[in-house]
Ligand binder design. Sequence first.
Ligand SMILES: C[S@@+](CC[C@H](N)C(=O)[O-])C[C@H]1O[C@@H](n2cnc3c(N)ncnc32)[C@H](O)[C@@H]1O
Length: 177
Amino acid sequence: MKAMAKEVTHGHGDVLEIGFGRGASTEMIHAEGVRSHTIIESNDHSLNHYFSPWRDRHKEQDIKMVHSRWQEALDQLDTYDGIFFHAFPLDEAEFIEPVVQSITFAEHFFATAASLLRPGGVFTYLTTEIDSMSRRHQRALFQHFSRISMSVQEVNVPEDTHDTWWADSMIIIRAEK
Ligand SMILES: C[S@@+](CC[C@H](N)C(=O)[O-])C[C@H]1O[C@@H](n2cnc3c(N)ncnc32)[C@H](O)[C@@H]1O
């Protein structure tokens, strides 16, 4: 999450984040320093229990919360220097197409990310690729982005993890328009 926060804040400009969750990545993005931070989150519990107290601790900063699914919020958005996508499927339909039939969950957001990114902007997301990127995955990115670079990030997954990630590394992607 830290590695992705570094990528998305490369120019310390305007950042869009999809999926607040508990705000761990949001805090990391802030630690890197941004001009403004727009966050889209659809879940009431995440907003009330995690976002509200986090927002109170960052009163001075330029933070905009869009309480919606990103698919229904496009008309409220601008263009950005960095975009970080970390959502997950909310129902069975979102599991079938964007997970089972895609190379990575974020694939259904690629075209939108490219349309919201300023020239030279950076898009990153949870790749769910362990130690390299499949050609299918790279091809999907090159349909929307002119340059991609990647690095292997070691991750220390605890034995008793309840998370859905089990490998000891993940590819960090930097896709540029
Ligand atoms: C994995 S969590 C994000 C975790 C976050 N990066 C963190 O560090 O805590 C995914 C979040 O995305 C939200 N989400 C899922 N689908 C969404 C959508 N279509 N639009 C907006 N938010 C969505 C979920 O409600 C959930 O809070």
